[in-house]
Design a binder for this molecule. Sequence first.
Ligand SMILES: NC(=O)c1ccc[n+]([C@@H]2O[C@H](COP(=O)([O-])OP(=O)(O)OC[C@H]3O[C@@H](n4cnc5c(N)ncnc54)[C@H](O)[C@@H]3O)[C@@H](O)[C@H]2O)c1
Length: 394
Amino acid sequence: MTIYITAHLCETASYTTRDYFEGAIMKPTPHIQTQFLSAHDVAAIVARTGIADTLNGMADYIRQDFMRWGDFEKCARVANHSKDGVIELMPVSDAKTYAFKYVNGHPSNHRFNLPTVMAFGALADVDTGIPELLSELTLTTALRTAAMSAVATIALARPGSRRMALIGNGAQSEFQALAFHHLVGIEEIRLFDTDRKATDKLMRNLAHTNLRVFACDSVAQAVRGADIVTTVTADKTNATILTPELIEPGMHINGVGGDCPGKTELHPDVLRGASVFVEYEPQTRIEGDLQHLPADFAVTELWRVLGGQVQGRSNDTEVTLFDSVGFALEDFSALRYMRDTAKRLGVGQSLALIPELANPKDLFSLIHPDATAATDKLVNLDPIRYLFTSAQTA
Ligand SMILES: NC(=O)c1ccc[n+]([C@@H]2O[C@H](COP(=O)([O-])OP(=O)(O)OC[C@H]3O[C@@H](n4cnc5c(N)ncnc54)[C@H](O)[C@@H]3O)[C@@H](O)[C@H]2O)c1
């Protein structure tokens, strides 16, 4: 007989912890299951929840986590660079839960018919290290990046902003457009991409919405008269998608695509002319458009604005700029959102990632079971106490 140990599966156990430790029953072999969400599962969650509610829910989780910023152990992500791209690991934890994301950025992947960005990640129990959730994060990253742009924009843009320019119409762009539509109240979007087919694809995908969508022939045409400008291009170079003469008083800019050393989108004078907000300053100094400015260039971490500690925009003519690079805490929030929603909807699968061992010191028994005495199954199961404790407080 098996008792399930992980947080969500423990609820199905038919024995109490007291029964277990007082020896009222035969001690079972621990059976650790990790919840798994495939890309198909996450797509099903979004389909059943609706894209607007998904983005809204994720934005709420992001806000909640940013507003308890001090609870998290944080670091800039670890990046391995190569000629065509980067592979990054993004860890973060609070006292209870650890999260990490693996993500790449290869703008020339289209040569191989592959996306620029692909990702997966995990949630784990801090007390024991048990991996509780393993999930796809390619689709989830697009959702969380869009939700994050909306959270920042609601905090920083002029109230009543209705018109946006969206530069870069690739994989992330629909999610950005829909987050701005549903969460910020954007009604009109002007599009530009150097690849007209990408813009046509975006227009097709937004055709069923109430958004008014226009394709433009240049960045300048798209940006003119916009309340909000979002750049989400991919090119492994220091591009200057936005130059100072394009920026109008009162605009809010989201620079989403400049997220790596040597991969930026904004002319440095665009930042100099704006109040600049960032996710986690030590990371953005390395990866954001901020990398072109001296170390003493003043920026504000967004959590301070969300927590009401500092003001976002001070007047209607100020230019505000969110230099987004993507911070691990957003993935922590996104993974939490997906875990909770999957549980509510009954979506996902279980994985046997961690070996079942009668004696946790006898890992070798996994490949040589004959050498393990039957009595080993009844001894030395102390880690279960920790597993149960974490399961009950999860
Ligand atoms: N900040 C974050 O949290 C975050 C999260 C995810 C992705 N990103 C970044 O967002 C960017 C877009 O990602 P994606 O998955 O949509 O990539 P994608 O390759 O699917 O789309 C990028 C689009 O940008 C266009 N483009 C390139 N150079 C351009 C230029 N000079 N002017 C106009 N358009 C141009 C390309 O033609 C392409 O259609 C990438 O740089 C990625 O690294 C950032």
